[in-house]
Design a binder for this molecule. Structure first.
Ligand SMILES: Nc1ncnc2c1ncn2[C@@H]1O[C@H](COP(=O)(O)OP(=O)(O)OP(=O)(O)O)[C@@H](O)[C@H]1O
Length: 301
């Protein structure tokens, strides 16, 4: 099943498949897939983009670190950003909710369009933007406060004044990341007393409490041991069924397992560039670009 170009690495039809094709492809009772129809060869990115990037370049000085990126992200599902070290994956991710504003000397040119608004317009409200487009970093970064304060602070900052409403939301998202049973008796303990994997799930819960529409994840499993990494990966897959996730990963096996769509970045002429983006099965089984083919086969990178 996973070899069909109409099926993603997770066995779902790609997000860019037209709705009718999805309806006829999946038998709702068995979940099995019918033989692929002729629409398979339609170009990628024919969907209505949820997030659209045009002519995006990121500079840390006079020379661009990332140059002229154009891509469109569909609503829902997981898009993995892959490529060798230094090709601009993190810079790209950071530009989507303007974390780049916080990096001294960093300059972004081009357009990021989200929900009909221009993310980089001077009038964009950053608090709202970062609530709607949340971020999870490589290293878990809980505040040096209790578990409960980690969860409460952002909610208070975003105007959730009713204690009961906060408590309900906190319990719900801690359950969503599978942490509630592990922490419900010790909510006042320091967040740093949790294991690395638990801290990362706390950070995911903290972001989820603000009900983001997009979650940006920068190698969220790479600082975790294999068991914790597996637990977090399972959470990411579940979340990808409810929301839009962009995840940077160096782990190609992970990208194969979890991604609906994959974008490969590469340094060319001194700057990171987008080489190819498509549904995961196409990137891994029949990529168009020879750089992608050699990277996913392990021959380069
Ligand atoms: N704050 C910064 N100041 C100066 N240069 C930077 C800064 N951050 C990144 N760069 C440079 O920009 C380029 C792209 O870096 P970036 O971290 O975006 O790549 P990456 O693909 O995410 O790398 P990795 O996989 O190693 O995390 C690199 O050459 C890097 O050295």
């Amino acid at each position: 099943m996973a070899d069909s170009p109409l099926v993603t690495a997770k066995g779902y039809p790609p997000l860019n498949a037209p709705k009718l094709v999805i309806l006829f492809l999946v038998n709702p009772k068995t979940g099995s897939l019918f033989p692929k129809p002729a629409e398979q060869d339609q170009p990628a990115n024919t969907f209505e983009p949820f997030l659209e990037v045009k002519s995006l370049s990121v500079y840390y000085g006079p020379k661009p670190a990332l140059k002229d990126v154009a891509l469109a992200i569909p609503k829902g599902g997981i898009t993995a950003l892959i490529g060798p070290s230094g090709c601009g994956k993190t810079s790209f991710l950071n530009s989507l909710n303007r974390i780049t504003d916080l990096i001294p000397g960093c300059q972004v040119k081009g357009h990021v369009r989200f929900d009909r608004g221009d993310v980089h317009a001077p009038t964009t409200d950053l608090l709202t933007l970062r609530r709607r487009i949340g971020m999870i970093f490589q290293k878990p970064n809980p505040f040096p406060l209790s578990i409960i304060k980690n969860m409460e602070l952002p909610l208070k900052e975003h105007g959730i004044t009713q204690r009961r409403q906060r408590e309900e939301r906190i319990e719900k998202v801690l359950k969503e990341v599978g942490l509630w049973e592990e922490v419900k008796e010790r909510l006042n303990a320091p967040a740093h007393s949790l294991s690395g994997g638990q801290q990362q799930r706390l950070c995911i819960a903290r972001a989820l409490a603000l009900q983001p529409e997009i979650l940006l994840m920068d190698e969220p499993c790479s600082a975790l041991d294999p068991l914790a990494s597996q637990i977090v990966e399972d959470q990411i897959v579940k979340l990808g069924q409810q929301m839009t996730i962009l995840i940077v990963t160096h782990n190609l096996a992970q990208a194969r397992r979890i991604a609906d769509n994959v974008a490969l970045f590469w340094v060319q002429e001194g700057a990171g560039r987008l080489i190819e983006m498509d549904n995961a099965a196409k990137i891994f089984n029949s990529p168009k670009n020879p750089i992608t083919a050699s990277y996913v086969s392990g021959a380069r990178g």
